[in-house]
Ligand binder design. Structure first.
Ligand code: SAM
Length: 284
């Protein structure tokens, strides 16, 4: 069954009385080249265990089953379960778990289904919950070696952004703190059925065994969030407004020690510089 063929997709959906659920971000892939880019770009091979989020009608799942050792896919929409039973009938290395990925204990799932082996995550994500899903995956990094996902192009650019531009912000810092990010390919709306309103991109996040910088994690993220809260203002103004425990003079002195001007904005600071700022302010 060619699940990239729109006629086949419509026929299988109709047979099971299933409509595309916009509210669940159901835009199914119809581009075999993109499926290859996800699987090959992620480095998934015969020894890889894969966790997929949102299998839909199973087009990526089937491609993963052909390359990986084992695939477990978490799907929220129970109306898709009979569809997946049919479309994935030929594979013995797949299991569908019905549930909400945001309510799933990922560590427990990996232990139950993969005997605690590290997994790779691959998915064409439901865009309405991209950030919360990524945060949950990062929280479960003890069990996950890398994450290869389709996201909205604009979100991919924010995640991968280097310091200095308008795309660089809390999301960039949050993801780059725990992993290194690679932009694999851009994907136009025509590669999906129905086509989404936005362009998309596939990114790969290699999760690091240790965070990319050394610092007090809790304080680091409080400082990063407060620094970006009013990103048009200087860091001194934004941070002192968000964390009143730090007076402007203390922040200015810390910036000077790092070699940064007092007029600097948050978007100019690298992760290393945010870590240095955290370490200096933490000692106050
Ligand atoms: N993997 C399929 C593909 O590439 O064609 C479908 C991808 S579609 C963009 C997103 C999928 O995520 C849908 O099947 C949707 O039902 C599912 N989904 C939405 N919210 C979810 C959630 N909270 N937990 C698990 N799956 C979810």
């Amino acid at each position: 069954m060619d699940l990239t063929n729109p006629t086949v997709i419509r026929a299988v959906m109709q047979k099971h009385g299933k409509q595309f659920a916009k509210s669940l971000g159901q835009n199914f892939l119809t581009d075999a080249g993109v499926l290859d880019a996800i699987v090959e770009g992620s480095g998934i091979g015969a020894q890889t265990d894969v966790l997929e989020i949102g299998p839909g009608i199973g087009v990526l799942t089937a491609r993963l089953c052909r390359s990986a050792r084992r695939v477990v896919a978490v799907e929220l929409d129970e109306k898709l379960l009979p569809v997946l039973d049919e479309t994935l009938a030929e594979f013995r290395n797949v299991e569908i778990v019905q549930g909400d990925i945001l309510k799933t204990d990922i560590g427990a799932l990996v232990q139950e289904h993969f005997g605690g082996n590290m997994v790779q995550v691959a998915a064409n994500l439901p865009y309405y919950i991209t950030s919360p899903i990524l945060m949950r995956l990062i929280e479960a990094r003890e069990w996950i070696s890398s994450i290869t996902v389709m996201v909205q192009k604009e979100v991919a650019e924010r995640i991968a952004a280097p310091p200095g531009g308008k795309d660089y912000g809390v999301l960039s810092v949050a993801v780059q703190y725990y992993g290194s990010v690679e932009l694999l390919t851009e994907v136009p709306p025509e590669s999906f059925l129905p086509p989404p309103k936005v362009s998309s991109a596939v990114i790969r996040i290699h999760l690091l065994p240790q965070p990319s910088v050394r610092t007090d994690e809790t304080l680091f993220f409080k400082i990063v969030k407060a620094s970006f809260a009013q990103r048009r203002k200087t860091l001194v103004n934004s941070l002192s407004a968000g964390m009143s425990c730090y007076g402007k003079d203390v922040i200015r002195a810390a910036l000077e020690q790092i070699g940064l001007p007092e007029t600097v904005r948050a978007e100019r600071l690298s992760l290393e510089e945010f870590a240095k700022l955290t370490n200096l302010l933490g000692n106050n």
